[in-house]
Design a protein around this ligand. Structure first.
Ligand code: TRP
Length: 335
């Protein structure tokens, strides 16, 4: 059997948090260690421009996210690790795919619809107020990321499933017109922990400002964990693990037997303060060593840049070859 290609990206608009780790980074690094797989992981910095017009933030975030992957054990020799913006074939493919994407399909994107809804709720007279074409076309850029490297499997959070469906739809339309050139990808969602809740109980996300950063100091990590919202049950009251963010995050870091022990502790009324302390210890034991590596790496941005430039060289061997085929198939090659 030929190797399965895994591909995923993280938008570079923030500091990586526990949700990114559990939902994307950890399963991706695990997949990269399997010899049956070939992995492409990248910094989605073109996607960052949709969300942020602050160059310093985008630059800093790219560095932090790259350092995070490497600190957590990604081996850049084993995988192809690159910046989206170092691959000029991606915007080129984006245009071809834009010509294959039904506008009606894009109208149905959850992220776009949510913003339209907000405008309608606030009584704005333009439902598209403040919405750029970048945001509207976001799923097409994402499709180009995926199709460029013929990915078979795309590990993402549940909120991205729709984007994968759109990618498949767009790729099928392309193949229908021009022949079977694009590989139809599948989404991979780690069911148990794919989306982690944040401090306030909503999905952990930089847009909700409710995240727990991955590599804060130990002190700040404890402080964040102590801020997680709980209900008002007293020590001694039995607690329901399925209704607790503290448990949910614990579950994502613990093994099965630790989780079973914690389930019992909930049933016998563990105090929230104690449950949070145990959560802190668990998370800290997993992240302690990577945290040190991270801080060493972030001091050496040139080294990180070298790694990414090498990654882009590897990636462009693939992207240039595919683009040549697509240019020929669509009738825009030189000959
Ligand atoms: N849209 C993804 C997110 O916000 C990031 C992303 C961009 C991505 N391109 C991708 C993920 C391609 C997987 C594959 O989480």
């Amino acid at each position: 059997m030929s190797k399965q290609i895994y591909l995923t990206g993280i938008t570079t608009t923030g500091t990586p948090h526990l949700g990114n780790f559990v939902g994307a980074i950890r399963p991706s690094i695990e997949a990269s260690l399997n010899d049956d797989n070939q992995s492409y992981y990248f910094l989605a910095d073109y996607h960052a421009l949709i969300k942020s017009t602050d160059p310093a933030l985008v630059r800093r975030s790219r560095l932090e996210i790259a350092a995070t992957w490497i600190a957590l054990g990604l081996d850049p020799e084993r995988v192809t690790f690159y910046r989206q913006s170092d691959i000029p074939e991606i915007p080129e493919l984006t245009w071809m795919l834009t010509c294959m994407a039904a506008k009606g399909l894009m109208n149905r994107a959850h992220a776009y619809k949510a913003l339209v809804q907000e405008n309608e709720d606030s009584g704005a007279n333009d439902p598209d107020k403040g919405i750029t074409m970048g945001l509207f076309s976001y799923p097409i850029l994402m499709a180009a990321d995926i199709l460029m490297f013929s990915a078979n499997k795309v590990p993402v959070g549940k909120d991205q499933i729709q984007h994968l469906e759109m990618t498949r739809d767009i790729a099928q339309r392309f193949n229908h017109h021009y022949g079977d050139l694009l590989v139809i990808p599948e989404v991979v969602v780690e069911e148990r922990t794919a989306i982690l809740s944040g401090l306030d109980g909503r999905k952990m996300s930089k847009s909700y400002n409710n995240t727990i950063p991955l590599f804060d100091t130990e002190k700040k990590l404890r402080k964040s964990i102590m801020k997680i919202k709980t209900n008002s049950l007293e020590p001694g009251d039995p607690k329901d693990p399925s209704d607790s963010v503290v448990f949910e995050i614990y579950r994502a870091f613990a093994d099965d037997s630790e989780a079973a022990a914690m389930t019992e502790a909930y049933a016998s009324g563990i105090a929230w303060g104690e449950a949070k302390q145990q959560l802190f210890e668990k998370v800290n034991s997993v992240l302690g060593e990577p945290r040190e590596r991270y801080h060493a790496l972030i001091e050496k941005p040139d080294d990180i840049n070298d790694i990414l430039v090498e990654g882009a060289k590897k990636a462009r061997k693939e992207s240039m070859a595919l683009m040549e085929k697509l240019r020929a198939a669509t009738g825009i090659s030189a000959t």
